[in-house]
Write a protein that binds this ligand. Sequence first.
Ligand SMILES: [Zn+2]
Length: 110
Amino acid sequence: MAPDAATATTPTTPTITSTAIATVLIIIPVAVTLRYMWLCWMRPFRPCPACHRHGWKTTAVLRRPKTCRRCHGRGWRLRLGRRLYNHLRRLHYAAHRAGGQVTRLKGRPR
Ligand SMILES: [Zn+2]
């Protein structure tokens, strides 16, 4: 029995549907965001990009060592996502505290 012309399948190239594109466009940012959240939770500090974890830099003119102003000589900086999380957590605690006092919301933590 010969195959019918209407039901015969011809080899076609795989087509990329708009659903597949939309799925990829949603999955990739979600995966990147989840990985960054995991990174901020597990490793809240990153090496200081200004001094490359040395904690000091040399001056441009005399080449004398000087404490890094960005990391205050620690060589590590808090990630932006972790800083944001800490700020939002402090806001939440301050809002739910009995006195409603907000502390350490301004300025760099010492
Ligand atoms: Zn530094």
